[in-house]
Design a protein around this ligand. Structure first.
Ligand code: AGP
Length: 607
């Protein structure tokens, strides 16, 4: 959602702050601002695109070597300049940028106003600089620490003060903050992408930690002012990974790099001879995992769709009953949290508030938690007990593409791991391992035919509605294909279990309502053929996603996208790719910003 950047060092702060906000712009924002402290404190804010702020900053020539900046995705208070961050105290000496939500801000604001503080915005954030001002006696981190004892909610903040200008103070509870110190100076940000061009060595703050970042060093304390030892993480992300790499959009780059990201998800984890998988983050829990009798997967959006596919894998190949919940609905269930249940949290960003709050609830009740996460050091990654990183690299496009196929690959490895602890034979383990190892090559074959998908998008670009249908492993793919088309091209699309057609959706079908039918040559192929025939009988157009070599399907469907043969449980990984491309090309044909679709944010850090 929002982006935080801070710098203190030898260089001029302004360009470094703007660059840091630009690197985080993919997170979605509606306004931005920076403050630079030199001889004076100069604060500039603007609504709309970052370019608007840049223009203002250029006109004003901000001078100083200390500053913080913020890109805001509105939660409390409208999209206005007054509500944009940084927010200041009464004297304009103390400035705060904030990610998250201050739950008790109304009470705090009333108390501060009663003490004479004047507020200028409608935001929850603005209570912070006034609270810090109330406690400030010259030492900024001490004032911040005292102020935060009164704050309830989630926050990642960066604070600077004219009267204590040799430092940036950062603090986090539930909203990520990362710091890095190199020859240029000290940096703080809400996202590693903002810092990776300066250094790949970073320190991630944990909840309840306060960082004091200076030009040449940093210290981390807890809220009781105890010094904390922190591990310096080395991220294997180069800046190039976060750049477009020659493609016209991050989304296309990330679709095209799936053979590599699948490779990375599998690398060093499949041992064909033993028919086993080795997952470092599970080893210490191996004996506990052997005892689990049930799995409950919790996730949102595309990650939820990955969980739905895993439900079939885990039940069919590991023999473990599995439930899958949308995180924002899970909290309303009286879910059984006991020693025999494994809770799996799937999240690309590792910051999705709905998923994170379910995780904390499950942990509080003693549940065993496992995360399948892409962003190293993210909140969910550091909250779960066991974890498996996707290693898919930064996913900049708001629509999740490479993260999904990477999640599915990791879930198939998890299935192997749990299955081989139970009844799965050596031969089956070897077979699954071999097919998983083939996936990067098979994905590449699909991507090499991307121009045929582009042609299909051109052929269908004027349709206003689409239906996506699938069964068993490809029912989640139907949901995902519909989501991708919706969120990238703003075309109405519904995903359905194909068996549901006769219970309602078939009423929609006519020559203006095409259907994408997932029908690889698998255990439910014949039923899918019947569904396609029902649709054709009502003049509905059908785009079939079928297995290479299936000649018959050409007689049934109007158009066919072929995918290579693989194990049924792995078809979602391959069947999803053409649907990602279809949505991408549709969005491009309509002239939309496919990397930052309207109303969407990459990391939904508010509930
Ligand atoms: C995916 O295309 C969407 N942008 C969105 O549904 C996303 O999958 C969801 O917000 C979950 O995000 P996470 O995986 O980072 O938790």
């Amino acid at each position: 959602m929002c982006g935080i950047i801070g710098y203190i060092g030898k260089e001029s702060a302004t360009p470094l702050l703007i660059e840091g906000l630009r690197k985080q712009s993919y997170r979605g924002y509606d306004s931005s601002g920076i403050v630079v402290i030199g001889a004076d404190a100069q604060c500039v804010r603007s609504v709309g695109k970052l370019e608007n702020l840049e223009q203002k900053v250029t006109d004003l020539r901000l001078i100083g070597h200390l500053g913080i900046g913020h890109s805001r995705w509105a939660t409390h208070g409208g999209v206005t300049e007054e509500n944009a961050h940084p927010h200041a105290d009464c004297k304009g000496d103390i400035f705060v940028v904030h990610n998250g939500i201050i739950e008790n801000y109304r009470v705090l604001r009333e108390k501060l106003e009663a003490k004479g503080h004047r507020f200028l915005s409608q935001t929850d954030t603005e209570v912070l600089p006034h609270l810090v001002e109330h406690f400030f006696k010259g030492n900024l981190e001490e004032a911040v620490r005292k102020a935060l004892k009164f704050v309830k909610g989630s926050f990642g903040i960066a604070v600077v003060a004219k009267e204590d200008p040799e430092k940036i103070v950062g603090a986090r509870v539930s909203s990520p903050l990362v710091i890095s110190v190199n020859g240029t100076g000290g940096f703080i940000a809400s996202d590693p992408s903002a810092l990776i061009s300066h250094s790949n060595k970073m320190v991630f703050l944990d909840d309840g930690e306060i960082a004091v970042v200076r030009q040449g060093d940093f210290k981390v304390f807890d809220l009781e002012n105890n010094l904390k030892e922190k591990e310096v993480m080395e991220l294997d992300w180069t800046l190039e990974e976060a750049q477009k790499g020659g493609y016209s959009h991050f989304m296309l780059k990330e679709i095209m790099e799936q053979p590599l990201t699948l490779e990375n998800a599998i690398r060093g984890r499949v041992f064909l001879k033993e028919g086993k998988t080795k997952l470092g983050g599970l080893e210490e829990f191996a004996s506990r995992l052997r005892e689990i009798k049930r799995i409950n997967i919790v996730a949102c959006g595309t990650s939820y769709h990955a969980g739905l596919a895993a439900e079939y894998m885990l039940e069919e190949y590991a023999g473990i009953p599995t439930d899958v919940d949308i995180a924002s609905e899970f909290r309303y269930r009286k879910s059984t949290i006991d020693k025999e249940t494994l809770f799996v949290f799937i999240s690309q960003s590792g910051e999705t508030a709905d998923t994170l709050s379910c995780l904390k609830e499950v942990k509080e009740k003693g549940g065993l938690t496992l995360g399948i996460i892409n962003v190293v050091g993210s909140s969910i990654a550091r909250e779960v007990q066991a974890g498996i990183y996707n290693h898919a690299g930064p996913e900049i496009g708001v629509a999740s593409t490479k993260a999904l196929t990477s999640q599915l690959a990791v879930l198939s490895l998890l299935t192997m791991f749990l299955g081989r602890q139970r009844g799965m034979s050596l031969v089956m383990g070897q077979r699954i391992g071999k097919e998983i190892a083939e996936l990067p090559k098979l994905a590449q074959k699909i991507l090499e035919k991307s121009s045929t998908i582009e042609d299909l998008a051109k052929k269908y670009k004027d349709f206003k509605n689409f239906l996506f249908i699938g069964r068993k492993y490809n029912y989640p793919v139907a949901l995902e294909g519909a989501l991708k088309l919706k969120e990238i091209s703003y075309i109405h699309a519904e995903g359905y279990g194909a068996g549901e057609m006769k219970h309602g959706p078939i009423a929609l079908i006519d020559e203006n309502f095409p259907t994408v039918a997932l029908c690889p040559s698998d255990s439910v192929y014949e039923k899918m053929v019947s569904n396609i025939q029902e649709i054709k009988a009502r003049n509905g157009k059908v785009i079939a996603v079928a297995t290479e070599g299936n000649e018959n399907i050409k007689k049934l469907a109007d158009d066919v996208i072929f995918i290579p043969k693989t194990l049924e449980m792995l078809t979602p990984i391959l069947a999803t790719i053409p649907l990602q491309l279809f949505a991408y090309y549709m969005g491009v044909l309509k002239g939309y910003d496919v990397d930052k679709p309207r109303n969407l944010a990459k990391s939904v850090t508010v509930e």
